[in-house]
Design a protein around this ligand. Structure first.
Ligand code: CO
Length: 165
């Protein structure tokens, strides 16, 4: 396993559309292992292939109890409004912003062996699934953010002010 370099905002690569995975082989498994390790090292909740320079429709996420490896993901249905607004991205270091996402998503993807998986995610996992899926289409959360903050402190201050109003 190895830590891979994370592509940062400003790099054109992040704007490219990723291609479907067809080979569920050793190379894919190595990529997934590296991505999980890289995500954990960077203390992120999710990481997409494009963020480590691989334009394949894959992402990993650790937004709940389990680590998920999602290949060729699709969102089939969405419902509700996610209560969690704040979002960050390992490709946009430091900053954060508020983004509206669904509370529930019904999804389909393949695991590392190509088996079809159907799941329903809620809350933070739903939010994360949407954020990572966007990466595969060259979309960053900053494109959708209703408000941006230069760091978590600034966001904290904003939330505090809202409460006292
Ligand atoms: Co991201």
């Amino acid at each position: 396993m190895a830590i891979r370099n994370i592509v940062k905002e400003g790099d054109e690569l992040l704007r490219k559309k990723s291609k479907p995975v067809v080979d569920f082989d050793k190379n894919l498994h190595m990529l997934l292992d590296d991505m999980v390790e890289t995500m954990h090292k960077a203390e992120g909740a999710g990481l997409a292939g494009v963020q480590v320079g691989v334009l394949k429709r894959v992402f990993v996420m650790h937004a709940g109890k389990e680590i998920r490896e999602c290949i060729n993901p699709k969102i089939l249905k969405e419902e509700g409004e996610n209560k969690i607004k704040v979002e960050g991205c390992l490709s946009v270091p430091g900053k954060c912003g508020t983004v509206d996402r669904p509370e529930k998503v019904w999804v389909e993807y393949q695991d590392r062996n190509g088996n079809k998986v159907n799941k329903k995610f809620t809350g933070f996992e739903a939010k994360c699934f949407c954020h990572e899926s966007d990466h595969l289409d060259g979309i960053l959360y900053i494109d959708k953010a209703t408000k941006m903050f230069k760091d978590r402190n600034e966001y904290g201050e904003y939330e505090k002010k809202k409460e006292t109003k």
